[in-house]
Design a protein around this ligand. Structure first.
Ligand code: C2O
Length: 557
């Protein structure tokens, strides 16, 4: 819900980007926007389709929190107030951060390939961070608490009543975490007097990196955290699909399929990858992107310690930053954004730029390496090279990991011969067991279509995960490496005011149809497989729609 009806839009073409600025001539005396003026004002960068298809497209960006209004964060599982204070120190002076000129590029290394010298330095940096005075905003715990404050309801959106500020489950996910790591890395570099210091990335998308990197499991190291699932220490292979399979070869193959699906196969628009729009005055958690709800969430859940009351440390947002492994995990999440932006063949992924000013002008605050409070914008986070860092080049075995086409009539269930009920007789449905329904296509056979799961209602206090399959015979739920797997919805526990969130996701079916036998079918069978215990997730409806042409779908230029 938008509480403002005063729109401010104009095009100030600086570096070819758009800026928000007061521009009263676009607003008539009733506070309504003259669309014609707006179109002219935007220099045609915006298509009319965007304005009509998305009435919120010109609201206001999310503003940074007011630190002096930081409140107590909440434990999600008990819904009680946390017994820790995760608010940062308050300083009156905030400055607008300017990216410093890039004199050299920090190259973040793959955490499985670093040298003993690197491990020594990294360890020393983290150790010094832990020894800073507890009130120093660069102190280890203070840094961990940044995540708690932004993710567990300590902040409200400024001027928007009690609406939470939440940077997960929306399009702020990648930019926020990029800035968070950016300053973390600079603080570590400063503490050891090495301005080239670079965070390592946990290369969980490559079979060689699919265990917890060894340097984090040495109990004498500052990188160690005992609150981790002891079953999943090396040599356990990370399970990006959380299928629970114990066969390492199967798990590796599942992982590559998950990566291919969330990076390439399942996304029609930039927002399908990045996350849904979240603007000032709107409810938090509009919907996570494929990467956030996929590999990212699984790694958190897989490392979190089941012996702890709430999956601490990595398994719960409030405590995740207390495990040094968090930053290594998120360095790879950040790498996925970079790969998606600059390396994936553009014929395979949608337009990659979100040019919506409510995205570009959203902002956050952080303490920099000099303990100065700074305000940063999403706009300045779009290019990692401009921010002065890059990633070691590692091959991407998932890039061509398209599942083999399923032979007709062997592994594929045909909708026509299925006794599954029709979707409309089953939905809305609580996904507490395997659910199989027949869903009508928009046309027969192969087509450009999206599967939409709408009004997903979630108990936000729980870890939830549901995998989606099309025309699957369902002989083995430990297998994801097959053409019938189309994607997932998953969330980590996080706080919202009323403990529920509503969200919608869509999954692209084009390649799936090519790889399964849909012939002249005008229906498909959709199977939903929960990976969690019990309820907690209700899906309001399921439908297939024609895929919109990508030019008008992604607000991209
Ligand atoms: Cu802010 Cu991986 O979570």
């Amino acid at each position: 819900m938008i509480r403002r009806n005063r729109f401010r839009v104009s095009c100030d073409a600086r570096n070819g980007e758009q800026n928000l600025k007061d521009d009263s001539k676009n607003v008539d005396s009733h506070g309504k926007v003259d669309r014609r003026n707006m179109l002219f004002g935007l220099g045609g960068l915006y298509g009319a389709a965007n304005l009509t298809s998305n009435p919120l497209a010109m609201a206001e960006p999310i503003k940074p929190p007011e630190l002096d209004k930081c409140g107590t964060a909440t434990n999600l599982n008990t819904n009680e107030k946390l017994d820790i204070n995760c608010c940062p120190p308050v300083t009156p002076k905030i400055i607008d951060y300017k990216l410093p000129p890039v004199r050299f590029i920090r190259t973040r290394p793959s955490a499985h390939r670093v040298t003993p010298e690197y491990i020594f330095k990294y360890n020393m940096a983290i150790d010094r961070m832990k020894r800073l005075p507890a009130t120093d905003p660069r102190n280890f715990m203070q840094q961990a608490n940044i995540h708690c404050a932004y993710c567990n309801g300590a902040y409200d959106q400024p001027g928007q009543g009690t609406l939470d500020l939440q940077i997960h489950n929306c399009w702020l996910f990648f930019p926020f975490h990029r800035w968070y790591l950016y300053f973390y890395e600079r603080i570590l570099g400063k503490l050891i007097g090495d301005p080239t210091f670079s965070l390592p990335f946990w290369n969980w998308d490559n079979p060689k990196g699919m265990t917890i990197p060894p340097m984090f499991v040495d109990p004498k190291s500052a990188l160690y955290d005992e609150k981790r699932n002891q079953e999943n220490l090396p040599p356990a292979v990370i399970d990006l699909g959380l299928t629970g399979s114990k066969d390492p070869l199967q798990v590796v193959s599942n992982n590559l399929t998950v990566m291919y699906s969330e990076m390439i196969r399942g996304n029609q628009t930039a927002e399908d990858f990045m996350g849904s729009p979240y603007r000032e005055g709107t409810s938090p958690n509009p919907g996570p992107g494929a990467s956030e709800r996929g590999s990212h969430t699984s790694v958190h859940a897989w490392v979190g310690d089941p012996r702890q009351p709430s999956g601490e440390d990595l398994g719960n947002f409030y405590s995740a930053g207390r495990d040094p492994l968090f930053y290594c995990h998120h360095a790879n999440v950040d790498r996925m954004w970079t790969l998606w932006q600059y390396f994936l063949p553009s014929n395979k992924v949608p337009d990659k730029k979100i040019t919506d000013p409510d995205f570009l002008n959203a902002s956050f605050v952080f303490y920099d390496e000099n303990a100065q409070l700074v305000r940063v914008s999403v706009r300045d986070s779009l290019d990692n090279l401009r921010m002065g860092y890059d990633f070691e080049r590692i091959d991407l075995p998932w890039l061509d990991y398209r599942p083999p086409a399923q032979a007709a009539r062997t592994k594929v269930m045909k909708a026509s011969s299925s006794d599954a009920p029709k979707a409309e007789s089953v939905f809305p449905v609580v996904v507490d067991r395997i659910i199989r329904v027949i869903v009508p296509k928009t046309k027969k056979g192969k087509a450009d279509e999206l599967l939409v799961l709408e009004n997903i209602e979630l108990d936000t206090t729980k870890l939830l995960k549901v995998d989606v399959f099309v025309n699957d015979e369902d002989d083995n739920q430990f297998e994801l490496n097959k053409a019938s797997y189309v994607g997932t919805y998953a969330q980590l526990p996080h706080k919202t005011k009323n403990k529920t969130a509503k969200t919608t996701i869509s999954l692209k079916l084009t390649e799936v149809y090519e790889d399964i036998d849909v012939e002249d079918d005008d229906t498909i069978v959709v199977t939903l497989v929960p990976r969690h215990q019990g309820g907690g997730i209700t899906i309001g409806g399921i439908k297939i729609i024609e895929a919109p042409a990508s030019s008008s779908s992604s607000k991209s230029s």
